[in-house]
Write a protein that binds this ligand. Structure first.
Ligand code: CO
Length: 645
């Protein structure tokens, strides 16, 4: 077995400035903060993660040199809700810039997830509301800890909250989402560990048909599935050193943190002995799931799963042969709990190769000579469970120089029960009495582009049909119109189907053999129109979703599309705030933000567990190379020698 697959996956010490914090570094950061600014019994750590160094530090770094290490820490005091941020220099344990951040809420922590159910179930008002619905076995009530949003309710002001929905489980492992307990929401004060308010919107009959999907509930399986083995007798074609991955001509580094989960750094392509940068950093900056039902507490359903919960915190430990198939290299993730203690998510990130059909082919019409190459792709992935849903973040690197990101959505639909006389205007009935509301999943990917260097520009490309006339006598002419997106206000753009619109990111400094600027195009594969009203709280708080494209001038603190603290935010943070400055964007260091997603009108086939549905985007080289970069991919060794000539 090659060394890259060795069992020992623990990285003992950071070897590169972009390596995630180690177990030891997390502990040292927490110890330093407690020593200098102990908040006492109410002290909770929201985040301890790497403060990524400036680009010039990363670019100047050479292996073996001292590694600069700074931790970013966010802590808060449960006794008064005050949130603090600081940096810790890990070399000397010095706390820098400890400061109070006013009027913000930290994200919902793992600790809160169980607390919410315990607090709700112990509350007599909650119990009475359940009894009214004929439910007395309180331990079978599943309480999901939703983020509360911000609806300006005076009693909610200044508190850190969760707003709950509940379900009934007829046994411990039952699929509760088949038994929605309608109209009962609890508003929980997380810091005081108490029910602030019960919102009873009126009951519906709880549907009780069992809709379990797990193998343990099933004794009949289709019997015609024969084994399909992936064999890589000589091992995979990638190598991993620390967190650096090399696969054919691609080079990048794997990062991971509590909030964004999987992060890719310094993505480059080796071309003629030269490593050409493509992206400095790529990560999911935010996401939101707005639901379309206006009543019964459902109007509050619009989770920001990255910023309000942390998609990294909720990452799964992946398993060989199930989540990923073939010769696998896993990366573990070290995160901090609320006490500042490190803990490990084993095998949080999976790296492997997949066959991907054909790469290119041509049969000479006149000689019959055939040339075909098989494609393979490198997959870097992680999967997070956020309540009822699973999100799979899958990055694919291709031999033709393209990069594809796919978000796989699976898991269980969030359900409700139809009230007596209620018409199913806002969802689909997916099981007798079980109603799944219309909703959307909108993701925002932050792409810190670096096409052949940091000086880039974005060009919008529309295709236009030309009018019939002397220059176009047969009315067949169409051409492209390119518009440089010059400033941040003018670079808030939407997809135009009728113009077959896409965006190119071009280098200011590099040209190909034909003299064209080298570039990549962003192909928006999954644009989502928005149906939340402009005046709605979700549209204000998740303004990123209203445009498929945003471009900003690079600033190291501008990381998250809805701001650093979206939980219970009042809106306007992140992209709308930063782009108000309308900074220039031409031939400078820019960041491209792409919003995309799933418009989800549920189907009966999405229940009781939803087959994977995908959305995403592609980055295609456009003039980055002077010809098809995959000509040198060797023909497959086939016993039938059908791949060449
Ligand atoms: Co959905």
């Amino acid at each position: 077995m090659p060394d890259t697959l060795a069992k020992n996956r623990v990285i003992p010490a950071p070897s590169h400035p972009l390596d995630p914090l180690t177990q030891d570094e997390i502990r040292r950061a927490a110890t330093a903060i407690r020593a200098a600014y102990d908040l006492g019994a109410g002290m909770m750590f929201e985040t301890i993660s790497l403060r990524e160094p400036e680009k010039n530090v990363v670019q100047a770094f050479r292996p073996g040199a001292p590694v600069p290490r700074v931790a970013f820490v966010c802590a808060f005091d449960r006794n008064n809700g005050k949130v603090y941020e600081a940096l810790v220099d890990l070399a000397n344990g010095k706390v820098m810039n400890w400061h109070h951040v006013p009027d913000v809420r930290p994200r919902i922590l793992i600790d809160d997830i169980n607390l919410v159910g315990e607090v709700a179930r112990a509350d007599p008002r909650f119990q009475a509301a359940l009894a009214k619905r004929g439910i007395t076995d309180i331990d079978r009530v599943q309480v999901d800890p939703w983020s509360a949003g911000n609806y300006g309710l005076p009693d909610e002001e200044g508190r850190r909250l969760s707003h709950t929905f509940c379900w009934y489980r007829s046994e411990k492992n039952d699929n509760g989402y088949a038994h929605p307990i309608e109209g009962l929401c609890a508003v929980i004060d997380l810091d005081r560990a108490e029910v602030l308010r019960i919102d009873d919107y009126g009951a519906a009959e709880t549907p009780m048909e069992n809709r379990n999907y797990a193998a343990r509930f099933r004794d009949v399986f289709r019997d015609d599935v024969k084994p399909l083995e992936i064999v890589q007798a000589d091992g995979p074609s990638f190598t991993v050193e620390g967190n650096e991955v090399r696969w054919q001509k691609w080079r990048f580094r794997v990062g991971f943190n509590a909030r964004e989960g999987l992060v890719l750094h310094t993505i480059g392509y080796e071309d003629g002995g030269r490593l050409r940068p493509v992206l400095h950093r790529a990560a999911l900056s935010e996401m939101v799931v707005p639901y379309g039902h206006p009543g019964s507490g459902h109007f509050r359903k619009n989770a920001f799963d990255v910023g309000e919960y942390g998609i990294g915190v909720l990452a799964n430990s992946l398993t060989l042969g199930c989540d990923c198939l073939g010769a696998i290299r896993y990366f573990d993730a070290w995160l901090a709990d609320s006490k500042g203690d490190p803990y490990k998510i084993e095998s949080a990130v999976c790296l492997h190769e997949e066959d991907f059909g054909i790469l290119w082919k041509h049969t000479d019409l006149f000689t019959g000579e055939v040339d075909v190459r098989r494609a393979r792709r490198l997959v870097v992935s992680s999967i997070s469970t956020i309540g009822n849903y699973e999100y799979g973040l899958f990055w694919y690197f291709h031999q033709d120089g393209s990069i594809h990101f796919e978000m796989k959505a699976t898991g269980i639909l969030n359900t409700a029960a139809l009230k007596p006389g209620e018409r199913p205007d806002y969802g689909t009935i997916v099981s007798p009495g079980v109603y799944a509301h219309y909703h959307q999943h909108i993701f925002n990917m932050r792409l810190d582009v670096a096409i052949d260097g940091e000086r880039n520009r974005v060009v919008e490309v529309d295709t236009v049909a030309l009018p019939e006339g002397p220059d176009n006598p047969y009315a067949n002419a169409f051409t492209v119109r390119e518009t440089v997106l010059k400033t941040e206000q003018g670079a808030q753009r939407n997809v135009d189907f009728n113009a077959a619109r896409f965006w190119k990111i071009l280098s200011a400094d590099s040209r190909n053999r034909m003299g064209q600027p080298t570039g990549y195009k962003l192909v928006p594969l999954s644009p989502v129109p928005i149906f939340s009203g402009a005046q709605s709280m979700v549209a204000k708080r998740a303004a990123f979703m209203t445009r498929q494209l945003w471009v900003t001038a690079y600033h190291p603190d501008e990381m998250y599309a809805a701001g650093r603290y979206p939980n219970q935010s009042s809106g306007g943070d992140g992209l709308p705030a930063w782009t108000a400055a309308d900074r220039p964007l031409v031939d400078t260091d820019i960041v491209v933000w792409h919003s995309f997603g799933l418009h989800h009108i549920p189907r009966p086939e999405d229940f009781p567990v939803q087959p994977v549905t995908t959305s995403g985007f592609t980055l295609h080289p456009v003039g980055f190379f002077s010809e098809n970069p995959a000509l040198d991919v060797p023909p497959a060794k086939s016993s039938m020698s059908c791949c060449v000539g």
